[in-house]
Write a protein that binds this ligand. Structure first.
Ligand SMILES: C[S@@+](CC[C@H](N)C(=O)[O-])C[C@H]1O[C@@H](n2cnc3c(N)ncnc32)[C@H](O)[C@@H]1O
Length: 297
């Protein structure tokens, strides 16, 4: 659709191999500690909601993004970074959408979504950088994928350039007046350079999310300027503390099965990563942003 920007590749962000390092540990492994929706991003909790409600809080989060993107009853909706298809399924099964299209760089996730055999759901094993749809969309959602769009070694100006290409692409793919709902982790109270020096940052960069880095809110705002109007921004970092607490509890409770599915080293790696992430959101070094963006023009 937009030949002028088609030279961009995933080289500016996490490669397919880096994504598969994380997401292709195995569907069985993730099934053991995620909730039945297989959603792998921060849930949306109500005040004092019991942690046993994770599935309900994930469905609430999905519905929030669908409503913010004004996707209900629309013809075609794109989900960038569709994971195991939680949003895609809800779009067509509960929100009257005709066609839901997902992008992922994970083979295991793409296979999983294909195996749903749902006539209204389509999945592409492709990054947004290479995707070239021929028909426009009425709405876009992207939840927990933006964190993979740039590599840590890029300067802030270079990161903004990549994010701007992302917004330009989304603008080109949306019908006039279309909206996008975006959820991402972001750096919080400390500068990224300072967070990078914290114990655990190297571990997260090298062993958990290689070739990936989170944005700052200011970078997102600058990148979207003139392309998307920012309608709402929420920072729900404590929702991630609660989500991570549940995942960590589940992982520990199913330890024997996790070790059997993926090995002791993977169990330890994930236990450490979930705990460090939880601390990051608790202290405010990490934020959890949910942004509603309306296409300009
Ligand atoms: C943390 S998962 C979130 C999945 C899902 N949205 C959810 O909330 O459960 C991140 C997703 O982003 C995808 N992703 C990473 N980089 C991407 C890119 N450049 N283009 C499209 N998807 C990408 C991954 O393949 C994965 O599906």
């Amino acid at each position: 659709m937009n030949a002028a920007t088609s030279t961009l590749s995933t080289s500016t962000g996490a490669s397919a191999a880096a994504i598969q390092h994380h997401y292709d540990v195995g569907n069985d492994f993730y099934q053991l500690w995620l909730d039945p929706t297989m959603v792998y991003s921060c849930a949306l909790w109500e005040e004092n909601e019991p942690s046993s409600n994770l599935e309900k809080a994930q469905i609430r989060k999905i519905d929030y993004h669908i409503e913010q993107a004004r996707a209900q009853g629309k013809k075609r909706v794109l989900d960038i970074g569709c994971g195991w298809g939680g949003i895609l399924k809800r779009l067509v099964n509960e929100h009257g959408v005709d066609q839901a299209i997902g992008l992922t760089l994970s083979e295991a996730q793409a296979d999983w979504v294909r195996s749903l055999n749902h006539p209204q759901i389509e999945v592409h094993l492709e990054g947004w950088q290479n995707y070239e749809p021929t028909v426009p969309f009425d709405a876009i959602t992207s939840v927990g994928a933006f964190e993979h769009f740039v590599k840590p070694e890029l300067s802030s100006a270079e990161k903004i350039e990549v994010y701007r290409s992302f917004f330009q692409r989304c603008h080109g793919w949306l019908n006039p007046g279309g909206s996008m709902s975006l959820q991402t982790i972001a750096y919080g109270k400390r500068k990224p350079e300072e967070v990078q020096k914290l114990p655990g940052a190297k571990f997260a960069n090298e062993e958990i999310f290689p070739e990936s880095d989170s944005p700052r809110l200011a970078e997102i705002a600058e990148a979207a300027e003139g392309i998307f109007e920012i309608v709402t921004v929420r920072n729900d970092r404590l929702d991630y503390v609660k989500t991570l607490e549940v995942w960590l509890k589940n992982l520990r409770a199913r330890r024997a099965e996790v070790v059997q599915a993926a090995g002791e080293a993977v169990f330890r790696r994930y236990e450490r990563y979930l705990y460090l992430a939880l601390l990051g959101f608790l202290t405010g070094d990490l934020l959890l942003l949910r942004l509603t963006l309306r296409r300009i023009g």
